[in-house]
Design a protein around this ligand. Structure first.
Ligand code: F0G
Length: 458
C-alpha cells in the first residue's frame, strides 16, 4: 500500500521553534501548569484545536483580494450563499462570524423554558447556548459510542429507540427541534451513518419535529460514509453531502472546521418565519444580513473553502493523516479511542497514566508532559474540564473518561511532524514517571480549564 501523502506542495512557510528543555520547563511553570496560558509562539506543534487553524489554499488567498467590503449586498455574500445553497439545498443562508453565534441565534429564537434538544452529543458551546436559553440538551449517542475500545464504523449514531422514547416521554411540544453533530466531536470525532441520519429524520418528522445538523465537520462525515457504508463507494462527496442535508430542515455550521477558513460560520434553514426572526436578531448582534460579522474577504475564503473541502484527494489525505498518528500511538501501546475519528486522536489518558490518582488529573498531567518533553500542545477533555464539586458528597465527581485530544489542523502539519508527536509519546510511555500529578491552587467558578492554576505533586 502506498504511504499516506499530502496532496499539496508548500508555497509559504511559517517558522516554528522548539524551545530547549530548560525554557519549556520555565514556560510551563510560569503558566502554572495550564497549557492554555502558554503563548502560542512557545509551542512547537500545536494540536489544541482544528478550529480556525486550517492553512488556506492559494485559491482562498486569491479570493481574499477580491473581497468586496461594501456594507450591504457585497458580491462575496452572493458567492457564499450560492455555494452553501448548492451544497445543502437549504433556502435561507445566514452568515455569522463563528459557530456558537449560529447556535445562539437559533436557540434564543426557538427555545422556551424547559424545552429539550436531543442530539448524539452536543458540543459544549451548543449545550451552553441551549442551557442559557432555558433548554435542556439531551445526549442520545448509541452505546458503542461510549466505549473507547469498541470498534464500530459509526460511533456517532443516535440511538433511535432512545430518541423515540424521549419524544414520547416529554411530548412533541417540548422539543422544538432535534439535532445530530457530524462528526461527533465530543464522542471522538466519530461519524454518523446515512442510514442513521435517515432514521433520525424519519423519527423526528413523524412527530413534526424539525431536524438540524451541527455540520461543522460534514465533509469528514461524508468521507466516512463513502468509505464505510454500503452503497456509497461510487458516489461523490458532494452527492453524499447533498443526500445528508436533504434529510434535514436546516443546520448550524462553524466554518472554522470544514469551511477550511480561519473564521466564519452560518445558520441555514428552510422555514421562512424562523429565518426572518433569526435575521432580525442577526442585525442586532452580529451585523447586516449579507455579512453577519464577517468581512467580505472572509465570506469569500469560506465560499472557496467549502468548494475545496469536498475534494476527495484532500479528504483521503485528511482522514489518513489522523489515522496515521493514531496507528503510531497504538504501536507504542498508547490507548486511544478506536477507530480514529475525523479530526483528532483521542488518548485514553485515564487508562494510560496509571500511577496518578484521579484527583490528581492524569489527562491534564499528560498535557503538561507532552509540552515538557516535546513542546506539543494538546487539550484535556476530562477530569478538569468536566469534573464538578459535589457539596453534598464533599468531593469532585468526574466524567466517565479522562481524555487528551490531539486535534490536527487541516493542511498545516506534515506526516513527519506526526512522527515527531508520536516519538514524544514513545518517550513518555517508556518513562511514565515523568508524568506528574497535579493539585489545583486556583479555580474560577465556571469553565475552569481555561484559567485554573496548578502545582505538581510528588
Ligand atoms: N460545534 C462543534 C461540533 C464544534 O466542534 C464547535 C467548536 C462548535 C460547534 C462551535 O464553533 O468555535 O466556531 O464557535 N469546536 C472547537 C473545538 C472550539 O476545538 O473543538 P465555534
Amino acid at each position: 500500500m502506498l504511504a499516506p501523502i499530502e496532496p499539496f506542495r508548500i508555497k509559504v512557510v511559517e517558522p516554528i521553534k522548539l524551545l530547549d528543555r530548560k525554557q519549556r520547563e520555565e514556560r510551563i511553570k510560569k503558566a502554572n501548569y495550564n497549557i492554555f496560558l502558554i503563548s502560542a509562539e512557545d509551542i512547537f506543534i500545536d494540536l489544541l484545536t482544528d478550529s480556525g487553524t486550517s492553512a488556506m489554499s492559494d485559491n482562498q488567498w486569491a479570493g481574499m483580494m477580491v473581497g468586496d467590503e461594501s456594507y450591504a449586498g457585497c458580491r462575496n455574500y452572493f458567492h457564499f450563499e450560492k455555494t452553501i445553497k448548492e451544497l445543502t439545498g437549504f433556502k435561507h443562508i445566514i452568515p455569522v462570524h463563528q459557530g456558537r453565534v449560529a447556535e445562539n441565534l437559533l436557540f434564543s429564537t426557538i427555545l422556551s423554558e424547559g424545552d429539550y434538544i436531543p442530539s448524539n452529543n452536543h458540543f459544549d458551546t451548543t449545550r451552553a447556548n441551549i442551557e442559557s436559553n432555558g433548554g435542556i440538551g439531551v445526549d442520545l449517542v448509541i452505546e458503542e459510542g461510549k466505549h473507547p475500545e469498541v470498534e464500530y464504523p459509526f460511533k456517532g449514531n443516535i440511538d433511535i429507540e432512545k430518541l423515540e422514547a424521549q419524544i414520547k416521554s416529554v411530548g412533541t411540544e417540548k422539543i422544538p427541534l432535534g439535532m445530530i453533530t457530524i462528526t461527533n466531536n465530543t464522542g471522538g470525532g466519530q461519524p454518523a451513518s446515512m442510514e442513521n441520519i435517515r432514521q433520525v429524520s424519519e423519527t423526528l418528522h413523524k412527530y413534526d419535529i424539525p431536524f438540524f445538523f451541527d455540520a461543522a465537520r460534514f465533509a469528514e462525515n461524508a468521507y466516512f460514509i463513502k468509505m464505510r457504508e454500503k452503497g456509497y463507494a461510487d458516489k461523490s462527496i458532494r452527492e453524499i453531502a447533498r443526500e445528508m442535508f436533504s434529510y434535514a430542515d436546516g443546520c448550524t455550521m462553524s466554518a472554522k472546521k470544514d469551511g477550511l477558513a480561519n473564521i466564519g460560520g452560518f445558520v441555514a434553514m428552510n422555514d421562512d418565519s424562523w429565518a426572518t426572526k433569526l435575521t432580525n436578531k442577526l442585525i442586532l448582534i452580529e451585523g447586516y444580513r449579507t455579512y453577519g460579522g464577517l468581512a467580505g474577504r472572509d465570506l469569500e475564503a469560506v465560499a472557496r473553502g467549502l468548494e475545496e473541502v469536498t475534494n476527495e484527494n484532500y479528504l483521503e489525505y485528511r482522514i489518513k493523516q489522523v489515522k496515521y498518528l493514531g496507528d503510531k500511538l497504538l504501536n507504542y501501546g498508547v490507548p486511544i479511542i478506536k477507530p480514529t475519528g475525523g479530526h483528532a486522536v483521542f488518548v485514553d489518558a485515564g487508562k494510560m497514566i496509571k500511577h496518578i490518582k484521579r484527583e490528581n488529573y492524569p489527562a491534564w498531567a499528560l498535557t503538561v508532559a507532552l509540552y515538557r518533553e516535546g513542546g506539543v500542545r494538546s487539550v484535556e477533555i476530562g477530569n478538569v474540564m468536566f469534573g464538578k464539586y459535589d457539596a453534598g458528597q464533599k468531593k469532585e465527581i468526574y466524567p466517565p473518561l479522562d481524555l487528551v485530544r490531539l486535534a490536527i489542523p487541516r493542511r498545516v502539519y506534515t506526516n513527519s511532524q506526526m512522527d515527531y508527536v508520536a516519538s514524544v509519546f514513545e518517550k513518555i510511555v517508556s518513562e511514565p514517571k515523568t508524568v506528574k500529578g497535579l493539585r489545583i491552587t486556583y479555580q474560577p467558578p465556571f469553565l475552569r480549564h481555561f484559567t485554573c492554576k496548578f502545582e505538581e505533586v510528588e
